[in-house]
Structure formats: structure tokens, C-alpha cells
Design a protein around this ligand. Structure first.
Ligand code: ATP
Length: 135
């Protein structure tokens, strides 16, 4: 089976590095499936999961937006933050979700940045979803 090298990198350092058979994720304009030999491209990523397929194994990584770059022999994901499913602290994500929901509820009475709370909620929901799919 052909493979392609994948790196997922954040400002805090590398999170994932491996050879895989397929990378699936979500760009801002739609779903992306990258196989070895994919044409070079760059795409902005949504808050979502990156699915890395290697033989019978599938690994999930939660990413909070960023960019995906495809070169002939390498896929690089530069993400604002990224966590392998096993490394997600689900209790922390649930707390973040509750905080964000509370901020969104208070929005009517205050000037709290709605967009910021909405993004925090999406990051938390994404982490919860990736951690749950990993069970
Ligand atoms: P929180 O309010 O819990 O910090 P957040 O969405 O504001 O959540 P980020 O700013 O996206 O957090 O990330 C800050 C750092 O914490 C990053 O390194 C990210 O990978 C890590 N991180 C955030 N939430 C979790 C989690 N639930 N489990 C593991 N790592 C996390």
C-alpha cells in the first residue's frame, strides 16, 4: 500500500508524525480526502478532526483551524492547536463547553465577545466528539 508522510504541527511543537495511507479532514470549503500522489495544494482548515488511516488502524487528531499543505511526498498541517484523541482531557473540554455556553447566555446583558465564546464552544465540542469517537 502506498503511503504519504504526514506532520501535524502547532506553535507548541509537533503533535503527529507518521506515514499514512489516507488523510481525511474538513477544509473551510468542504471535506478533503488526501491519498498519496495528491496534487499540491493549500487549504484553510475548519475546527474539526483529522482522520489518519494506516492499514487497519485509524487515528483521530482534533485540530482548531489552521492550514493544510499538500506537496508530492508530504502533507503538513499547521494548526492553532491539535490534540491526538488519546491526549484529550475530556473533563477539561466539558468544563470549557460549559464556560462557553454560559458566556453565550450572558451575551444579551454584556459586551462579551460572542464570536470568541462561539469558537471556544466549537473547540470544546470538537474535542469531546474526537475523544468519544476514540472510545
Ligand atoms: P481551555 O479553555 O480548556 O484552555 P481552549 O479551547 O481555550 O480550552 P486552546 O486555546 O485551544 O484551549 O488550547 C490551549 C492549549 O491547551 C493547546 O495546547 C491545546 O492543545 C490544549 N488543550 C485545550 N483543551 C484541551 C483538552 N481538552 N485536552 C487536552 N489539551 C487541551
Amino acid at each position: 500500500m502506498k503511503t504519504v508522510a504526514v506532520s501535524i504541527v502547532t506553535p507548541d511543537g509537533p503533535v503527529y508524525e507518521s506515514e499514512v495511507e489516507m488523510v481525511s479532514t474538513k477544509s473551510l470549503t468542504g471535506d478533503l480526502g488526501i491519498l498519496p500522489g495528491h496534487v499540491p495544494m493549500v487549504a484553510p482548515l475548519a475546527i474539526g478532526s483529522v482522520r489518519l488511516k494506516k492499514g487497519k488502524e485509524v487515528e483521530l487528531v482534533a485540530v482548531s483551524g489552521g492550514f493544510l499543505e499538500v506537496k508530492p511526498d508530504k502533507v503538513t498541517i499547521l494548526a492553532q492547536s491539535a490534540e491526538r484523541a488519546d491526549d484529550i482531557d475530556i473533563e477539561r473540554a466539558i468544563r470549557a463547553k460549559k464556560r462557553a455556553e454560559e458566556r453565550l447566555r450572558q451575551q444579551a446583558q454584556s459586551n462579551i465577545d460572542f464570536k470568541r465564546a462561539e469558537l471556544a464552544l466549537r473547540r470544546a465540542l470538537n474535542r469531546i466528539s474526537v475523544a468519544q469517537q476514540n472510545k
